[in-house]
Design a binder for this molecule. Structure first.
Ligand SMILES: Cc1cc2nc3c(=O)[nH]c(=O)nc-3n(C[C@H](O)[C@H](O)[C@H](O)COP(=O)(O)OP(=O)(O)OC[C@H]3O[C@@H](n4cnc5c(N)ncnc54)[C@H](O)[C@@H]3O)c2cc1C
Length: 547
């Protein structure tokens, strides 16, 4: 059973991104480390070797698996290690520090809802934490087990990986929640349909994880969040199963799906979803446009979004970000603008977008319309480099942890009226903190998603450090960013979820009375507070086990 659950039936690396049989060569690691070291003026980075399973010390499992659950539950070391962490900089640094003090006690690989219900019953009886696991790509500490629980059980949904039904009249499909991005699209392709929800973590993230974290995918505008593609959900909770009705829209009270979308495993386990689909893309048109300054191009991007053009792609990178992704030479901000359709040519939309950019002083570097090979052009030049790095960089992200530099991203959203003032202040505070804490570093940003009323800026922070303090330096810098966003009026997360990492700031962002109302809902369906403790809400101090 160990590690072989899931559609592809093969093991993934537990200390980095990718399958075990996919090699990142030592030369690639060295090249990446040298590039980062050069940009941060580090003379000779010390690159730690990859950790091995043998050298890790785990505490003994604190709990015993009942006989009825043994066929799909395990305490094997590999399984406990693989499911200890997500993939944030903090996680990867702890992995390279060989710190597995808080590994889960048991990992369950349920085949169906009956197995899930049986595990939840067991956890409910004993007070063990029950923690759902989709693709494991959480970057916000989505799985950590609280110390005050007598045991922690990870529920890996990798065996729930099928498309169960396709309604091609309404263009929807019933899909199991544990399916990863590639398997989902593979199974839809013969029907000529697509979900077209492609976060950067697509290869190793699941439908249930996307819904539980309100992820954002391929579309820079319009169908940005997974929320818009959910038609209805089925959720197994400790108190029973909730199945919502399939409806294209409804005015019947608060939306019952919405409570679970973004609940991060704290209310129950999403097992199936009817998802709205689309035809596969036939027409594309795209252009690369440069601007002398980030704020100049931001004006163009705002006007495009407010004109109702809804580009599929409108990644707008500042000078440093463009250089980092190979989309520019570091002297200009770069807008990668793209339109697509399964039904009609989109050249008119691109032309209007370009017109707006030119009004704001933009220069068109490349352009391909529906008549040309827009697919090919999105795979070459600035567009292609960005696309390639977008897929390749996750495979290399452990390098930064291995070399002891600080490297993390964070994202937010706020309204356009506050854009320049918040952005300037966030960068000012981060640069000051970098001077004080790490003696310098890089801060760059892009717009990853756009709304008519505001952008979702995405910041990358890289700073020199060393193995003895990189985690502490990361936390100090990340706290500065989180404090700034909360104080200045942005959200603490646009699409990476709250997790345990951003709970203190989420608690400030959301009205206390609303959180009390959520706690009431949780108490009804999870009276022993076993579901992913610490996510969104904390178990009340006066809590007593029931049942
Ligand atoms: C390299 C990289 C790139 C990323 N790019 C993006 C991006 O472009 N857009 C974006 O939105 N995010 C991105 N992320 C963050 C992450 O991929 C998303 O949060 C994703 O939605 C998590 O899906 P998952 O299946 O991996 O969930 P997991 O990491 O397995 O779980 C995330 C949380 O959801 C809970 N959960 C998982 N499945 C279920 C379920 N079926 N029912 C209830 N709760 C569940 C877990 O308990 C956990 O708390 C990225 C992460 C990495 C490492």
């Amino acid at each position: 059973m160990s590690g072989e659950s899931g559609y592809y039936g093969k093991r993934r690396k537990w200390h980095s991104w990718g399958y075990e049989d996919e090699g990142i060569t030592p030369a690639e690691v060295k090249e990446m480390a040298e590039r980062v070291a050069q940009r941060l003026n580090i003379d000779e980075p010390v690159i730690l070797p990859d950790p091995t399973l043998e050298e890790l010390v785990l505490r003994e499992p604190r709990i015993k698996i009942p006989a009825s659950l043994q066929p799909f539950c395990t305490t094997d070391k590999w399984d406990r290690v693989f499911h200890t962490y997500g993939k944030s900089f903090k996680d990867l640094t702890k992995i390279y520090r060989r710190d597995f003090d808080n590994a889960p006690d048991v990992v369950a690989y349920p085949k169906d809802e009956a197995d899930i219900a049986a595990v939840l019953d067991w956890c409910g009886d004993k007070g063990y934490a029950a923690i759902p696991f989709g693709g494991g790509s959480s970057v916000t500490d989505g799985f950590g087990c609280p110390e005050d629980y007598p045991g922690a059980v990870i529920i890996d949904l990798g065996n729930l990986n099928k498309i169960l039904e396709v309604d091609d009249v309404s263009r929807c499909a019933l899909i199991q929640a544990g399916i990863l991005g590639p398997a989902l699209e593979e199974q839809l392709k013969p029907k000529g349909l697509t979900l077209r929800h492609i976060p950067q973590s697509w290869e190793f993230s699941s439908l249930g994880g996307w819904i539980a974290t309100r992820s954002s995918g391929h579309y820079a505008t319009h169908l940005t969040h997974i929320d818009e593609s959910v038609e209805s959900l089925r959720v197994v909770t400790p108190k029973g199963t909730i199945e919502n009705r399939r409806l294209p829209g409804s005015g019947a009270g608060p939306d019952p799906d919405r409570l679970f979308i973004g609940s991060e495993g704290s209310l129950g386990i999403i097992t199936e979803a009817w998802m709205r689909l689309q035809g596969r893309v036939k027409f594309r048109a795209n252009a690369t446009i440069t601007f002398d300054s980030f704020y100049q191009g931001a004006g163009a991007v705002r006007e495009i979004t407010q004109a109702g053009l809804f580009p599929a792609n409108a990644r707008y990178l500042d000078e440093q970000d463009a250089k980092f992704y190979g989309a520019g030479d570091g002297s200009k901000s770069v807008l990668l603008l793209g339109f697509e359709s399964a039904d009609h040519p989109v050249d008119a939309w691109l032309e209007r977008g370009i017109e707006i950019c030119k009004d704001h002083g933009g220069s068109v570097e490349t352009k391909t319309g529906s008549g040309g090979d827009a697919l090919q052009s999105s795979r070459s030049g600035a567009q292609g480099n960005w696309r390639k790095q977008f897929r390749y960089l996750p495979r290399m992200m452990h390098t930064r942890a291995a070399m002891g530099v600080v490297s993390f991203t964070f994202e937010t959203a706020y309204t356009w009226d506050k854009f320049e003032s918040i952005d300037t202040e966030v960068i000012r505070r981060l640069k000051k903190a970098q001077e004080e804490i790490t003696g310098g570093g890089i801060v760059c940003r892009r717009f990853s998603f756009l709304y008519p009323d505001g952008p979702a800026p995405y910041y990358t922070v890289v700073a020199p450090s060393d193995h003895s303090r990189s985690l502490e330096d990361y936390q100090a810098l990340s706290d500065v960013a989180s404090d700034a966003l909360t104080e200045l009026g942005g959200t603490i997360t646009h699409h990476h979820a709250v997790g345990r990492s951003f709970r203190p700031w989420y608690d400030k962002e959301v009205d206390p009375l609303y959180r009390a109302m959520l706690a009431g809902a949780k108490n009804t369906i999870d009276p022993n507070w076993i579901m992913n403790p610490g996510m969104i809400l904390d178990r009340p101090a006066h809590f007593k086990m029931v049942g």
